[in-house]
Design a protein around this ligand. Structure first.
Ligand code: FUC
Length: 782
């Protein structure tokens, strides 16, 4: 009898209605078969914990992650030999002896560090006893609720399994239900590809633990994951290191995990009692009724997710499984609703891998099934980490930006030590990559490692956070100190080109690219690479802008201003292209994936139509050249290209490259493909789509920004709308359009004041009270 009442209650609740009450098919990734491969599984995440859900029927795999499971240190050592080597190498390079310059610099770099990686936490494996074959199978991920569900029926019984990662309760939860009682019979196991031990405690608990390491070396954090099962009716018991559950009506599995990683001082592990921490987290989560835990999770999730909507039409396609839609696009089709889904997926992934207090989203966000991930799933700061955060402010997820900003601040002490030791410079520096251990020294091969602009580029994010939010306290207490440190480094590091007297960066690289010298040999290192000069310009300009807002005018700002005035500016070559290096070198790889010399166009804002149209035209030629030689072959590179074309205000080209991102670089679960997976393409793609619809990079913090509506709207999106995109100056824009022109819209300014709006060649100024939506004047677009 009790069982019958329970089953009826479940039906009355709508059998999952707590999560899917108001269904939004436009927010669903869905499939009619389980995932065979990891790149078909569906991600959930709460910023710190993540899971990949396969949706298997008899055998379910939920692959688990925690964002601080890292092997290592030690870290590469900053070597003081570089100070003398760099001086001599610069002289050699200016004299045309590139070989000697390279030898000197390479000789002073630290050796490459041996593999250590962010690692998988492990796998939750469920083996079910079912009386027959599954029918009516469907698995989906609802981006609006943050719940992955698997549904099917066997022998007339309807089964449903939900997986979510709650940020409120800091647990991953798996809920197994059916519409008839007593149908849950399964075993529960926790395992991992390497270096773990799982034990059962009592009848309902599994504990898996170990130390992250690589082949017995690079010993890193101690980690622990704890699973507790709660059965409704039925029986649970431990069998060896597994749990056996028999005849339950419903089962809820709760997973908590943590490590001894110390966010503030990575070299000193926390003395945290991991078992106690996990037990306490589980006790709190399990004290809540499941429905309440889900309701809290959905409320929290939606408070971020629902801030921004995008409708590009074509909704009928939502009735088809996601993998079939992707296939149709790969075969040459278009699917605007899939593009809108991809856009929202990028926001979802950022929410899932980057919440305040967590590690920043790494090369795979935090979803990683390996103990040695591609590029160690680390923090490459020569574009990849920054690209992860391009959508943060504009798509209204400013909180999700926080882990990156904090990471930069955590990196600063190491960066200061490296600046001092390696360059005898003030300020802070970071080279091409870093990881959980916050190393900043140049290491490995000069081709990729001799690139000292990681910190400079990262500091842009502090300024952008201020530009979007107008948070003056943040500017004074966090952004300015970071910008000042980045600028100080450049004041000491830049050197005069003896031929021109201009200040140049170097020796460094145009990231990972190479050129042919007059001797026919291939080199990487150069003075005055265009990207370096542009990043330096950006840092010095941002510093001066921040100082002006804060009313700071001192010896330091004067020095910065003088340096900026002397900065060598990249030039246009004889063929009309923006030059990547100071000389028109022959390029062995003209389709190279990094398009570094266009930094000033995007993500910088030095080149724009108002201030320097001739440089925009040259940049366009450069990118056309790259593309005609096979450029854009990695997902992140393609995503960057979308952003470039949005800045060129060429909506059709941006749209073409958006489709190419889906066609060439997207997996069935919509993860970005840089064989195998790198999440930056997802984030860069989302940012690119936003950039097509709204831009605000012209202007500054004191004079205000021009908010441009539909700067790069493609013909293919003739009709649509968005809500909740954010512009610099603290402005939220809602807009609808038809036949390629706005039809209605509002702007809401956080602090009130005059907002300048542009549409095409028309500009209007709108007076806005703080927090009140004001209609976009029709005169702007009529
Ligand atoms: C950069 C890129 C590679 C890869 C790596 C993680 O160095 O050149 O393509 O994305 O980062």
């Amino acid at each position: 009898m009790l069982r019958t009442i329970l089953a009826v209650t479940m039906v009355a609740l709508g059998f999952g209605s707590t999560t899917n009450g108001d269904a939004h098919p436009e927010y669903e990734l869905w499939y009619t078969q389980p995932a065979k491969k990891w790149l078909e599984a569906l991600p959930v995440g709460n910023g710190r914990l993540g899971a990949m859900v396969f949706g298997g029927v008899e055998a379910e795999r939920v692959q688990l992650n925690e964002d601080t499971v890292w092997a290592g240190p030690p870290v590469p050592r900053a070597r003081a030999e570089m100070v003398a080597a760099m001086g001599a190498a610069r002289k050699a390079w200016f004299a045309g002896d590139y070989a000697t310059a390279t030898k000197l610099v390479q000789g002073a770099m630290a050796p490459r560090i041996s593999p250590r990686s962010h690692q998988t936490l492990g796998d939750l494996r469920l083996s079910f006893e079912l009386p027959g074959k599954a029918e009516s199978y469907r698995r989906d991920l609802n981006l609006d609720t943050g719940v992955a569900a698997t549904r099917f029926s066997v022998d007339g019984v309807n089964y449903r399994r939900d997986v979510l990662a709650s940020a409120v309760d800091d647990v991953i939860v798996v809920r197994l239900t059916a519409d008839q009682p007593g149908k849950q019979t399964l075993t529960v196991a926790l395992d991992r590809p390497a270096d773990f031990k799982t034990i059962a405690i009592g009848d309902d608990t599994l504990v898996m633990s170990g130390q992250a390491q690589h082949k017995g070396k690079q010993k890193g954090v101690f980690w622990q994951g704890v699973l507790k099962a709660r059965c409704e009716d039925g029986k649970a018991e431990a069998v060896g290191n597994r749990l056996k559950i028999t005849g339950a009506d419903a089962v809820t599995l709760y997973v908590a995990a943590c490590t001894d990683y110390n966010m503030d001082h990575p070299a000193e592990p926390l003395s945290r009692d991991r078992q106690a921490h996990n037990e306490a987290t589980l006790a709190k989560a399990m004290a809540k009724p499941y429905e309440l835990l889900v309701a809290d999770h959905v409320r929290d999730h939606r408070s971020l997710f629902r801030r921004c909507t995008l409708d590009l039409g074509g909704h009928d396609a939502n009735a088809r499984p996601t993998d079939e839609r992707l296939k149709a696009v790969k075969q040459g089709g278009d699917d605007p609703a899939l593009v809108a889904l991809y856009f929202q997926y990028g926001r979802y992934l950022l929410m899932g891998s980057s919440r305040p207090g967590c590690m920043p989203a790494n090369l795979q966000g935090l979803w990683n099934d390996k103990v040695a991930a591609p590029w160690n799933a680390d923090y490459h700061v020569n574009i990849n980490l920054q690209m992860n955060y391009w959508p943060a402010e504009v798509t209204n997820l400013s909180e999700c930006h926080e882990p990156l900003l904090r990471f930069t601040e955590r990196l600063a002490p190491s960066g200061r030590a490296t600046a001092r030791t390696v360059y005898n410079a003030r300020g802070f520096v970071a080279h091409h990559t870093t990881d959980a251990w916050l190393h900043t020294a140049p290491f490995g091969r000069a081709q990729y490692g001799m690139w000292p602009h990681g910190a400079g580029w990262l500091s842009q994010h502090h300024m952008e956070r201020y530009r979007f939010t107008g948070d003056a306290v943040f500017l004074r207490e966090r952004a300015y100190p970071v910008l000042k440190q980045a600028a100080l480094f450049y004041l000491d590091y830049l050197t005069e080109d003896p031929a021109t007297g201009k200040l140049v960066s170097g020796l460094d690289t145009s990231p990972e690219n190479r050129y042919r010298g007059a001797d026919g040999k291939v080199y990487n290192l150069s003075m005055g690479c265009s990207m370096s000069q542009q990043i330096v310009w950006d840092v010095l300009t941002n510093t001066l802008e921040a100082a002006a807002v804060l009313g700071i005018d001192d010896g330091f700002t004067k020095e910065v201003e003088a340096a900026r005035g002397k900065l060598y500016e990249p030039r246009i070559g004889g063929d009309g292209r923006l030059m990547e290096w100071v000389k028109p070198f022959d390029e062995p790889e003209p389709g190279h994936r990094h398009i570094s010399h266009l930094y000033a166009l995007h993500p910088g804002r030095q080149y724009n139509f108002r201030d320097n149209p001739s440089l925009i035209a040259a940049a366009r030629k450069s990118i056309d050249h790259r593309l005609s030689h096979g450029g854009g072959h990695t997902g992140w590179s393609r995503a960057w290209i979308i952003n470039f074309f949005a800045r060129f205000k060429d909506g059709d080209a941006a749209h073409h490259h958006t489709l190419m991102l889906l066609r060439k670089s997207t997996h069935p679960n919509l993860f970005d493909n840089h064989p195998p997976f790198q999440i930056d393409g997802n984030f860069g793609g989302t940012a690119g789509i936003a950039e097509m619809l709204l831009q605000s990079h012209v202007g500054d913090s004191r004079l205000g920004y021009e908010v441009e509506l539909l700067p790069a709207l493609p013909k293919a999106w003739a009709r649509g709308s968005f809500r909740g995109l954010r512009a610099r100056g603290g402005v939220v824009v809602d807009l609808a359009w038809k036949d390629g022109r706005p039809t209605a819209g509002t702007v809401t300014s956080d602090r009130g004041g005059v907002v300048t709006l542009r549409y095409g060649d028309n500009v209007v100024k709108v007076e806005t009270p703080a927090g009140v939506a004001v209609e976009v004047p029709k005169a702007l677009y009529r």
